[in-house]
Design a protein around this ligand. Structure first.
Ligand code: NDP
Length: 309
């Protein structure tokens, strides 16, 4: 078997086009321009890339964007005060505080201080609770993106066994809630799960959100499953890369390692997934692209919900 590759690119572009259309409609019919403010603290290079892409995409879609960049020494109280100011500014529909935050800042308290109506990351306890209750809420972007990939690739979810490896608040747990909402039968696995391959092999849909490059291998994948790879890891070891990629993909990967010191790898061994699965999301080019698209969708959703339009 050779898996169908589910392109995040095509789906992300379709969602962004829909969001741009909705932004235009809101402007034309209600005189409203949705606005997103991203707050970044410190100089973490990965955060800089993520925030850059969020700001750029907002601008492309006609969303008013603002980037507040604070020094790594910013105090907890100062950040709290900034979030509170954003909460009361009417033109700000979405507030995103980029994680990770420096040690002196209590990240949970900061996330809880964001007005739930502007919480476009969907991490506020109020939105987490609403999602668990099956109520309308702002949903975390990465798991929401996974559902979009599946639906827009005509992969049935209702009645299927969805197995998620990972139980983080950002991916694993909200993913489980979204699958339940879509009427899947859901199993959540984690580092204390006994005999992981036995469970994951039973999955019709297997989602890997672990944070370990190439962790999910042939033994974990049932023949004909749909495998969704959420992981984003850097691999710089060329021998390890050779275990992960088929010869036709390997050359490009080795070049990336040579040129920039690493290649991006998910939590699934792509060579094994392509051999055993029916559908597979690649890294890069899969779920990662959906995360930003879903953030844009959430910002427009927040603008509409807040204004009752
Ligand atoms: P976390 O580190 O918060 O969670 C990892 C989860 O994997 C934990 O629940 C952990 O279990 C579980 N785990 C770790 N080792 C094993 C093991 N040996 N067997 C089974 N389960 C294990 O990670 P995140 O959820 O934040 O992220 C997961 C991955 O997704 C990362 O690669 C991250 O970079 C990527 N990511 C990608 C995004 C995107 O836009 N595509 C967005 C967010 C994340 P336990 O709870 O028991 O410790």
């Amino acid at each position: 078997m050779s898996a169908r590759i589910l392109s995040g690119q095509t789906i992300a572009e379709a969602i962004k086009a829909e969001v741009a259309g909705e932004v235009k409609r809101l402007r034309d019919t209600h005189g409203v321009q949705p606005g997103l403010t991203v707050v970044r603290v410190g100089d973490d290079p990965a955060s800089a890339v993520y925030v850059g892409s969020k700001v750029k995409t907002s601008e492309e879609l006609g969303i008013r964007s603002e980037h507040i960049h604070l020094s790594a020494e910013t105090s907890h109280e100062r950040l709290l005060a900034i979030v509170r100011e954003l909460n009361v500014r009417d033109e700000v529909d979405g507030i995103l505080v980029q994680l990770p935050l420096p040690r002196q800042v209590d990240a949970s308290e900061i996330l809880e201080s964001i007005d739930p109506a502007k919480d476009v990351d969907g991490f506020h306890p109020m939105n987490v609770g609403r999602l668990s209750l099956g109520e309308i809420s702002l949903v975390p972007c990465t798991p929401a993106g996974v559902i979009e990939i599946l639906k827009r690739s005509d992969i049935d979810i209702a009645g299927k066994h969805a197995v998620i490896v990972g139980r983080s608040n950002i991916v694993g747990k909200p993913m489980a809630m979204l699958f339940l909402k879509e009427n899947a039968t859901v199993t959540i696995c984690h580092s204390r799960t006994t005999d992981l391959p036995l469970i994951t092999r039973q999955a019709d849909i297997l989602v890997a959100a672990i944070g370990r490059p190439g962790f999910i291998r042939s033994e974990h994948i049932g023949e004909g499953a749909t495998v969704v790879d959420v992981g984003i890891n850097n691999v710089s070891d060329t021998d390890f890369a050779a275990e992960l990629f088929a010869p036709e993909d390997l050359e490009k990967r080795l070049k990336a390692i040579e040129n920039r010191g690493f290649t991006l790898v998910g939590d699934v061994n792509p060579k094994d997934a392509i051999e055993r699965a029916a559908n597979f999301t690649p890294v890069p080019g899969g779920v990662g692209l959906l995360t930003v698209a879903m953030l844009m969708k959430n910002t427009v959703e927040a603008a509409k919900l807040r204004r009752g339009i």
